[in-house]
Design a protein around this ligand. Sequence first.
Ligand SMILES: Cc1cc2nc3c(=O)[nH]c(=O)nc-3n(C[C@H](O)[C@H](O)[C@H](O)COP(=O)(O)O)c2cc1C
Length: 200
Amino acid sequence: MTQSPYVLVLFYSRHGSVSEMAKHIARGINKVNGMEAMIRQVPDVSDTTKMASPALPENGSPYCTLEELAGCSGLAIGSPSYFGSMAAPLKHFIDQTSTLWMTGQLIDKPACGFTSASTMHGGQEQCIHSMMTPLLHHGMLWLGLPYKNKELISTQSGGTPYGASHLANSTYEISLTSDEKVLCEAQGKRLAETALKLKK
Ligand SMILES: Cc1cc2nc3c(=O)[nH]c(=O)nc-3n(C[C@H](O)[C@H](O)[C@H](O)COP(=O)(O)O)c2cc1C
């Protein structure tokens, strides 16, 4: 069976905010005819062993396989901001992608990043940049969010020109503001439109 062209929405989320953002990004992707969203998460890592998750997630999206990453037409990658950087489980997953790097399977495919953080100036932009770096090594084409999206100006919470973000506060608020939702959808739509244009 041939898989329809898809944009992979790949994330790690411990408390649910980034997972919620992934749904809104997927909604934007699915607005583009000819592209569909595939939502996948990465397993947690343990403090004491190399890898300690069950083979299947207890809830939420399935775990991503390397084949699913290799086959995507575009990639939206999301992580909570942890000390201004991506969370370890996502980095752990990326660190297993050397075979894709050696075979150049992600070259010239578009990518973008999204994040959630508990504080306004706690490193949202830095976290998005941390996800950009390995994907540039993979030869991917990084997309931001242009200011034609007026919500970037009106937002009182998340939203950056580097990628969508959510301000969860210290109360782990999962629900997104309307500006944050619009920006997530705009980012997903832009990514899918670009993936369609670039598709060979
Ligand atoms: C280890 C750790 C480090 C964190 N570092 C930051 C940080 O640097 N800046 C910030 O604003 N929030 C930080 N947070 C808060 C998370 O980014 C925030 O709760 C986020 O919304 C969680 O996303 P999730 O609900 O998808 O798990 C940190 C949380 C943890 C557990």
